[in-house]
Design a binder for this molecule. Structure first.
Ligand SMILES: [Zn+2]
Length: 472
């Protein structure tokens, strides 16, 4: 299996530190608003990566942090005249709702920054002891000049960075690139006791402290949006490696930007969409398919046209899945078991996903499979239901469990028979008459039509009864 490592800028063989375990850390949301569709792309693609590793038999521990103390949260709380705790817990709830609606698998742990303050203080103390941090009147900064390989992830060198740095007017810092590890309390801000006085942690230290706590000093995969490479991930490396003196991350994985109609998404341009706005218009499966159809690392253009086309793609999968469920419920036994090389599709799927999670190609394999299956179904009558079991297994293992673009468990609603009992009884009578008149073609047609609506007929000596399928 190959994975593109931002750190080396090459595709590398994937060899986790402690197989079959894989540790994966994804930078999570700062909870001061609803997350937008660009964030949703990163979250869904990280989910697909994680699910594929599980498909390969790895035991993945997946951590996503919640930043619940931050400048933006404080600002929002002041604007809305609420407490920071209220703002953070409101948007944390909203985050979980949206993640669930996007059918993203729950992380092993969602650590909250405010519950890891003592761990952060320990890391800062260690950095200070080793000479990488300095305290100026209760503000503690990381001394970038002490970490000789600073810039190794982003490929930036400190001299260029210093000359181009957007210098905060902060005369306490020795160097414009130095960043805050601990911020001295300001009036009406949340704060915690520390060896440097009351204050709160900087953003970057959260991820270093929480990944160490939940995944250990060295982790296999650290993921996040492209925009986090610098300075966030660069600073995480500087903190963790200075503190623990070992390699922090084996593979760095970064997700590309999402543009709206070829423009950068921004509130001022009026082209800013939250994930929940998009989820009100399109199904989660269609949105996931739309994301999966572009390589995770490249830019992605978002438009209603493209979403509509993904929705149509999803309906193709759904149509076949519904057909499969009906046929499995009918449980037909017959000699007709068409030759269908499902193994070939498994191996194609695995081959492309093994190549740095090539999800666009993986989706293409699934659509090839659907075309081939539909052709066989159209060309054969009375196929044994074992054939449909094989189709279902493939779609469950790939389209459902890895890409999350179909959910068989949800089909019950989609398939609830949309026909009332009176109409069914009427059709049964019509079919009885047809059978008496030896018009078996019509009788079969009625049976098939009902079956397509989720109504199964059962003939016996005393007459015909029916059942509505509740699919699960
Ligand atoms: Zn982070």
């Amino acid at each position: 299996m190959k994975i593109y490592n931002t750190f080396t800028k090459t595709k590398e063989d994937f060899q986790p530190i402690n197989p079959p375990n894989v540790t994966m850390y994804m930078c999570g949301p700062t909870v001061y608003n609803y997350f937008h569709i660009g964030n949703a792309r990163s979250f869904v693609m990280a989910d697909i990566v994680r699910r594929y590793l599980e498909f390969k038999g790895f035991n993945v521990k997946f951590i996503m942090n919640i930043t619940d103390v931050d400048d933006n949260i404080i600002k929002k709380a002041n604007e809305e005249k609420k407490s920071t705790t209220d703002v953070a817990s409101f948007y944390t709830e909203a985050f979980f709702e949206d993640v669930k609606r996007l059918k993203i698998k729950t992380a092993s742990v969602y650590p909250k920054a405010t519950l890891h303050i003592s761990e952060m203080i320990e890391v800062i103390k260690e950095l200070e002891k080793k000479g990488f941090a300095y305290n100026v009147n209760g503000n503690v900064f990381y001394d970038v000049s002490k970490f000789s390989s600073y810039g190794k992830l982003s490929g930036k060198n400190t001299e260029d960075l210093e000359s181009g740095a957007r210098v905060d007017v902060n005369e306490e810092k020795k160097n414009p690139l130095d960043f805050a590890l601990w911020k001295k309390v300001k009036e009406s801000e949340p704060s915690w006791d520390s060896p440097w006085g009351k204050g709160r942690p900087g953003w970057h230290i959260e991820c270093s402290a929480m990944s160490i706590k939940h995944l250990g000093k060295s982790i296999d995969i650290h993921a996040g949006g492209n925009d986090l490479i610098f300075p966030h991930h660069e600073n995480e490396i500087a903190q963790s490696e200075a503190c623990f003196e070992q390699k922090f991350v084996k593979y760095w994985l970064h997700f590309g930007f999402l543009n709206i109609q070829n423009e950068k998404m921004s509130k001022s341009l009026g082209n800013f969409f939250t994930a929940r706005e998009v989820l009100d218009k399109y199904s989660a499966e269609a949105i996931r398919l739309f994301f999966a159809q572009t390589n995770y690392g490249g830019p992605l253009n978002f438009s209603d046209e493209l979403l509509n086309s993904a929705q149509k793609g999803y309906e193709k999968i759904l149509n076949l899945a519904e057909k499969i469920e009906r046929e499995i419920n009918l449980n037909t036994r017959s000699e007709i078991i068409p030759d269908f090389d499902v193994k070939k599709y498994y191996s194609d799927f695995e081959k492309v996903m093994d190549d740095d999670f090539n999800s666009p190609q993986a989706a293409a394999v699934i659509f090839d499979f659907i075309r081939a299956a539909n052709k066989i179904i159209a060309e054969n009558n009375n196929i044994d239901s074992i054939f449909y079991q094989g189709l279902k297994q493939f779609l469950k293992n790939t389209a459902e469990n890895v890409l999350g673009i179909i959910h068989f468990g949800d089909l019950a609603n989609a398939l609830n028979p949309n026909i009332d009992n009176e109409q069914i009884e009427m059709l049964i009578k019509k079919r009885d008459i047809a059978k008496k008149e030896k018009n078996f073609a019509l009788a079969d047609q009625i049976r098939t039509e009902l079956s397509n609506l989720g109504v199964i007929l059962q003939d016996s000596k005393t007459g015909t009864t029916f059942k509505k399928i509740i699919l699960k």
